[in-house]
Design a protein around this ligand. Structure first.
Ligand SMILES: [Zn+2]
Length: 442
């Protein structure tokens, strides 16, 4: 019994021990599991973001929509339609003789009419845009701002028409700001409009242009890059000046020069009536794209009141010259006078120097020879970097800051001669520099 008791008490102790171990293990298991469960709840596993994006794109094709579904555009004018939905778009026009469309959705009017543009994205989803192409007219007002500019601006506002104002330096310069605020385009005409002064030499012409640009900038904060030569490029008053070289010269400086294709004749003497000036415009607007010349003259407001509604009725859209598709546009007279049938093209052009070393502020002349010598070509000079060395129309090079650049002489037939120019603060004393003020190769 004693043994039994003994064994019973022993087994009782074991029981307690087993129970204790069991309790500890249970506690650990439950506590541990709970921790694992809690951890799982707090941070649920997420698939990588990129995978989600790629798979959703593959599965769901995106429809394509457009910024505009019905567009009116003038002949020669470009408008951009934005496609939304997808990453790559293929555009096409139902009639490229009416309007063309490029890969980025730029629509250009070719001739009056209408057609449809289609766009397809990478999922094969498509959208269409209807295009109406109208004739384009660029209305230009020269010799302003003068006494009628305010009245002209009111009439343009009434017909919701934008124009290009070729301005001068006048007593009424404060109107420059008003022209800009009304959304019109400002072009440079001339500071003085005195032909004898501004056409005395190429330098006086460019000095006149710069002076006017300063005036316009002081009122509008902008330097225009659209210009009209006083009297146009076909003028007889430019006299000895070679207008082809002048046009090349202004283009090299980043300007765009525009003559006109239709005229109101409002600056001729005796002054026409408003009715006559309007009839002149309506009679000469026959093409799909016209540039109209008018002035700030007494008959101009009355003429505008007649021909603006008439041209709108004829289906013209009014645009400003900064939207013209050409870099520059010259008159017929200019082409007749400068592109003669008796041209002798330049076959080769050689410069008298391949290298020139110059001090800052000093000048040297690059002389060129054309082959054959009696070539009717014109040569102009361009600097690769005018901040290092600038060059005049005659080939006079002036050092501006230390560095190396190239001066190119270009004949109108396209032949080139190149000279490398090194500009330094101070040259070694044995280096000779030819300084000249002449050098006209014509
Ligand atoms: Zn003028």
């Amino acid at each position: 019994m004693a043994e039994k008791n003994n064994s019973a008490s022993l087994s009782g102790g074991k029981k307690i021990l087993v129970l204790a171990i069991f309790a500890i293990l249970s506690f650990l298991i439950v506590f541990g599991l709970n921790k694992v469960i809690r951890k799982t709840k707090v941070t649920p596993p997420t698939p990588p973001q990129e995978v989600v994006e790629v798979s959703s794109e593959e599965i769901i094709p995106v429809n394509v929509s457009l910024s505009d579904y019905d567009v009116t555009v003038g002949v020669g004018i470009t408008k951009t339609i934005e496609a939304i939905g997808g990453k790559s778009f293929a555009w096409s026009s139902s009639n490229e003789k009416v309007a063309t469309v490029s890969a980025d959705g730029s629509v250009q009017g070719v001739k009056p009419g209408s057609c449809d543009l289609s766009v397809e994205n990478e999922f094969g989803r498509t959208a269409q845009c209807h295009v109406t192409v109208k004739k384009t007219v660029y209305l230009t007002i020269d010799d302003c701002p003068m006494g009628y500019t305010g009245e002209i601006l009111n009439i343009l506002k009434k017909y919701d028409v934008k124009a290009t104002f070729f301005v001068m330096n006048t007593y009424n310069n404060r109107m420059l700001k008003k022209i800009q605020e009304d959304g019109h385009c400002i072009g440079l005409h001339t500071y003085t409009h005195t032909f004898k002064k501004c056409y005395r030499s190429q330098y006086s012409y460019f000095a006149d242009l710069e002076k006017l640009s300063d005036i316009v900038e002081s009122y509008t904060g902008e330097r225009p890059n659209i210009i009209r030569f006083p009297g146009g490029t076909g003028n007889h008053v430019g006299g000895k000046l070679n207008m082809r070289r002048m046009v090349n010269g202004v283009e090299d400086l980043g300007y765009r020069a525009f003559d006109w294709t239709a005229s109101s004749g409002d600056a001729t003497r005796p002054r026409p009536t408003a009715e006559k000036a309007a009839a002149n415009v309506l009679g000469s607007c026959t093409q799909d794209s016209e540039i109209i010349l008018t002035h700030d003259k007494p008959c101009s407001p009355g003429a505008l009141e007649i021909f603006l509604p008439a041209l709108l009725k004829r289906g013209y859209v009014f645009e400003t010259l900064d939207h013209h598709p050409e870099q520059s546009h010259m008159s017929k007279t200019w082409y007749e006078r400068t592109v003669s049938k008796n041209e002798i093209p330049c076959e080769a052009l050689t410069a008298d120097k391949e290298f020139i070393d110059l001090e800052v502020g000093k000048s040297a002349t690059l002389k060129v020879t054309m082959t054959p010598e009696n070539s009717t070509d014109y040569v102009r000079f361009v600097s690769d970097d005018p901040t290092i060395a600038k060059v005049t129309l005659e080939g006079i090079i002036t050092g501006k800051k230390p560095g190396v650049t190239q001066i190119k002489a270009i004949a109108s037939s396209g032949q080139e001669a190149v000279c490398s120019v090194t500009v330094a603060d101070k040259l070694e004393s044995n280096t000779e520099v030819e300084v000249s003020s002449g050098g006209d190769n014509q």
